[in-house]
Design a protein around this ligand. Structure first.
Ligand code: 3HC
Length: 293
């Protein structure tokens, strides 16, 4: 019988972590969300309050359901508060050093049966897991942005992940109302390995001035039926995140398709990170707003 995960910890409440906490709480689970300091907790809580208020505004969620959902999430700045979790999902920035440190701490804090999952988008789950005494209970759980909307979760198994752990996580993902797919520990897993070559190619086409941003995005939306064009999607993902993913994949595969387009680096240096900073390839009225100026 599949194992129940009733209390779930989320470490890191940025765009992805906050979205993940919302998904879990929406499914009736008790969630403990951890961040580094009170300001980061406030930002994470703000993401979740904003997203759920939007759902109420659209008539997708009742006021009392929203209150119950929010009541299921407890916030903390102390990782030790995750001691009672059955499953912990880590969603801190894409740095192996940082993730290794979080996993080493979680290994000491949580019980030996607790499953430790990483939402890493491009790092090796195997390399993260070896910083614990239980690499057999370490998996990847890769969510997609926006986490409350996108149905896919890639479940990443390493060569030492216990088969029961993979089965339990697959069942858990299905109970969240999401679609699980399972993949071995390869750079970019399935979706990013295919998606990021395309996104990078779009930046190169734009930087070489073949096409305007609007026409480039319109081609993929109206010609190929994508929900958004590649430059708008990069703004949603965050240019810094996209750069890190490309850079990691490039260093692992040496495939030139993934060598980050120079324009990406220039835009990041100039603070143009996409929706989260108010400006990327497009300018947004307010962070998160899709209005193009
Ligand atoms: N949080 C919660 N709900 C959101 C949301 C958010 N941030 N953004 C949109 N939604 C909901 C809306 O409330 C709406 O719900 P409803 O249909 O129940 O009313 C629904 O999503 C559609 O939203 P909108 O009508 O505002 O806008 P669109 O129809 O243009 O959809 C989109 C927006 C969902 C972002 C859509 O354009 C889309 O799916 N884009 C592609 C996103 C994508 O490819 N994501 C994967 C990126 S790669 C990745 O994440 C991997 C990582 O490793 C980088």
């Amino acid at each position: 019988m599949a194992r129940e995960f009733s209390t779930v910890g989320v470490v890191g409440l940025g765009t992805m972590g906050a979205g993940i906490a919302e998904v879990l709480a929406r499914s009736g689970l008790s969630v403990v969300g951890a961040e580094v300091d009170e300001a980061a907790v406030a930002r994470g809580r703000g993401h979740i309050e904003h997203s759920t208020a939007r759902a109420v505004g659209k008539g997708k969620l009742g006021d009392s359901d929203r209150a119950r959902l929010l009541g299921r999430i407890r916030y903390t700045t102390a990782l030790s508060d995750l001691a009672g979790a059955d499953l912990v999902i880590e969603a801190v920035p894409e740095s192996l050093e940082l993730k290794a440190d979080v996993f080493a701490q979680l290994d000491k804090i949580t019980g030996p049966e607790t499953v430790l999952a990483s939402n890493t988008s491009s790092l090796s789950v195997t390399e993260i897991g070896v910083h614990t005494s239980r690499p057999g209970k370490v998996v990847g759980m890769h969510f997609f942005n926006p986490a409350p909307v996108q149905k896919l979760i890639e479940v990443v198994r390493t060569v030492v992940t216990e088969p029961d752990v993979v089965d339990d996580v697959m069942d858990f993902v299905a109970r969240l109302g999401k679609t699980p797919v399972v993949i071995g520990d390869r750079a970019g897993f399935i979706a990013n390995a295919l998606l990021f070559g395309y996104l990078n190619h779009a930046v190169r086409m734009y930087e070489q001035r073949y096409v305007t941003r609007a026409d480039l995005d319109a081609a993929m939306r109206f010609g190929c039926g994508y929900p958004m064009g590649p430059l708008a999607l990069l703004d949603l993902i965050g240019l810094d995140t996209a750069y890190q993913i490309l850079d990691t994949m490039y260093h692992q595969s040496r495939n030139r398709l993934h060598a980050p387009a120079p324009l990406l680096k220039q835009m990041i240096t100039a603070g143009l990170l996409g929706r989260k900073s108010g400006r990327g390839f497009y300018t947004y009225d307010a962070p998160g707003s899709p209005t193009v100026v």
